[in-house]
Design a protein around this ligand. Sequence first.
Ligand SMILES: [Mn+2]
Length: 270
Amino acid sequence: MPTRPLLIGISPRILRQVPAELGFRGKTLQYLEQSVAHWVMSLGATCVMVPTVERDGEIRRAEIHTHDFAAMLDGLVLQGGADLDPGLYGEPHRHIVGATDPVRDRFELDLIRAFISAGKPVFGICRGMQLINVAFGGTLHQDLLAQGATRFPHVDLPVYDEHHHPVSIREGSVLSRWYGGATEGVVNSIHHQGIARPGDGLQVVATAPDGVVEAIWRDAPGFVLGVQWHPEFQDGRDSRLLPADPMMRAFLAAARLRRTRCCIAAAAET
Ligand SMILES: [Mn+2]
């Protein structure tokens, strides 16, 4: 049986306009927000950041492929970040905030597909949830307020992750099960976009009081979960908030199960 700890891949955030005081003039940074990594490691798994592989870039000519990462790693976590290019779900830019990053979009979509086809778990946070939705053919509200999806702001930048709201958790869902049958909770909220139409096979497992989708789960074998909030910031210091660890434990359990099955199959072949 395997003894090495699980190895989880975390897709990077990308900074193309680096502030002058950091150096790196004219360069691009790919980076990891530390609480994501610390959350994974706090439950006994190791993790690495997975740098982008660009389809038409020099790396591609060396034939490193997202499938190579999926083969080596036990699971994928998608960090939050910039708005998706709405062209991915067939819409023009209407209410996008800041620059979109088609390279990151394409790379993370490739990663999602590679991990899913390898039968390995995928966990999307905020933008990551929206990307999973788009990967399965769903659409987004480019701005929840501007498009009339709600009158309740889901982002308040001055207070950032101190901005909270309740969620209803779907009864009988995996999410409810991980929280001991709970059907409600409180989460942080740092997003101006949201899911409009859920992707094929994706189940809405949590919603805000205004109906905004807060979590999705793929109703199929394996593990594909997306949450609109940032569980990595809900580290237990504020006892009103849903604890983060039950979801990460479930994700890591799915990764362990996938690896165990793989080892049993390999042993059976020899
Ligand atoms: Mn929200």
